[in-house]
Design a protein around this ligand. Sequence first.
Ligand SMILES: Nc1nc2c(ncn2[C@@H]2O[C@H](COP(=O)(O)OP(=O)(O)OP(=O)(O)O)[C@@H](O)[C@H]2O)c(=O)[nH]1
Ligand SMILES: [Mg+2]
Length: 455
Amino acid sequence: MNSEVLQLQDTVVAVASPAGRGAIALVRLSGPDAFAIAAKHLQVMPKEPRVAHLCEVHSEGEKLDEALVTLFPAPNSFTGEDTVEFSTHGGYFVPSSIVVALTASGARQALPGEFTRRAVLNGKLDIIQAEAIGDLIDASSRIMQRTAIGQLDGGLSRRLLALRNDLIELEALIAYDVDFPEEDDGPIPRTRIEEAVASVLKSLDLLLSTVSVGELVREGAVVVIAGPPNAGKSSLFNALLGRSRAIVTEIPGTTRDALEAVIDSGKWPLRLVDTAGLRETEDRIEKLGIEVSERYLAGAHVVLACAEDASSVERTRSLVGQRTDAPIISVRTKSDLVHTREESGNGERSVIAVSAETGSGLQDLMVAIDTAIDERQGTINPDLPILTRARHRKALEAARAEVEQFKQAWCTEKLPVTVAAVHLRTAVTELEELIGTFEIEDVLDRVFSSFCVGK
Ligand SMILES: Nc1nc2c(ncn2[C@@H]2O[C@H](COP(=O)(O)OP(=O)(O)OP(=O)(O)O)[C@@H](O)[C@H]2O)c(=O)[nH]1
Ligand SMILES: [Mg+2]
C-alpha cells in the first residue's frame, strides 16, 4: 500500500467481523462522505451521535436488513473521521449486500488495515499502538493479551517518547555548548554530558533486556518432552493438553515425528513438543525422528526428562543434558503402576512423579515448568513495557549503536562536536520512526502489510 493508493478523501467500507455464519456482522463505513452515503440507504437517518438506532437498510427500493446503526462524527471515532457502523445480521450474504450497496453509492472497499492506518494518519494512534491492535487480535494467551493492552494504552510509546526527549535534551546541551562557549555560566561541564549519555544508554539497555521475554510472550516457551521409547511421553503430552492429540501404543518407537501444541493454562504460553523416544536404532524413519528430537532439544526453553523409574530418569537427564542448555525437569512417568511407586523414596526429591492415567502430579509439573521459565528469564519488572517485535529491537539497537558512537567520539575528542552530534540526531530519528508519529509512510507500509480487511 502506498500513499497514492491511500486517499484520505475516499470514504471506505468493509465488513469488520470475520466471514462466516454468526449472529451479527459489523459493517464499517469511514471517511468524509460516510454520513451522506449512509443516508441514501437508511429509511430514517439517526440524529443522535454515538447512540445505536434500529434502522431499515434499503437499496434500490428493496429492504436489505434491519440493523443497529451508530454514527460517530469526526474526530470522535476510531479513525478520526466520520464513521458509520452497521451491526447487521450475520452470515455471508447480508453484510456483503450492504457493502455492495454502499460502494454503489460512492464508498470504496477498504484495503487491509486501512481503518487503523487512517487512525494513525489522523493522529488517533501511533504505530506502536497500531501494532498492539494487531497483537491483541492475534493474542493466543493471557500474557500476550495483557502485553498488547499495555502497549495499546501507550505504555511503550510513552517510554520511547521519554527516551527521545532525553536525546533531544542532550543535543540541546551540546548545541548550547557550541553556540555559546563564552557564556557566563562557562561551558557545560563534560561530566554533565557524560552522565546524560550514560543514563540514556542505561534506559536503552533496560528496554532491550525485555526482548527475550517479548519473544516468549509472542511465540510461547518451547517445552520438549524427551526420554526413552515407551516412557509415556505421548500419553503425558495428551494429558497435559487435555485431549488425545498424539498416538499412544505399547509399542516402543510409536512417535516418529515431533508434534507441537500450545497450552495457555499457566503463567506462560507453552509450546509443548512430543518427540520420538531417544535410542540407538537402525530404522531409517525412527532415526530421522530422533534427529528431529535432538534439534528440538537444542532449541528448548525447558526439557522434561521422562522415564518410568528413578535410575532411567537419571540416565535420561544426563543424556538430555548433553543436547541442551535449557533447564531440565526430571519426570517419573506411570506413577499409578505399583512397581514404580515402590521405587519412590530417597534421592527422588527433585523428581516429579506423574500419571497420565490418573492425572496425578500434572499440576505440580505445570507449576515446575512455570518456575523453570521464571528462573531462566529472571524477574520481570511489571512497570517495564516489553518489546514484542523485531522492528522494536532493531530500532533500539540502532539507536543504541549511534549513542555509543557519540560517546566514543565525545570521550576521545577525535571528532568535532558538531560531527559527533550527528550520531545523536540519527538516534533520535530511529526512535521517531519506531514510534511513527513523525515521518512514517514507509514504516506504515511495513506495519500494515499483515493486517486484515475491516480492521
Ligand atoms: N498405567 C499407565 N500406563 C501408561 C501411562 N502413560 C503411558 N502409559 C502406557 O505406556 C505405553 C507407552 O505410552 P506412550 O505414551 O506411547 O509412550 P511414548 O514415550 O510416547 O513412546 P514412543 O512414542 O514409542 O517413544 C502405552 O501402552 C501407554 O498406555 C500412565 O501414566 N500409566
Ligand atoms: Mg510417543
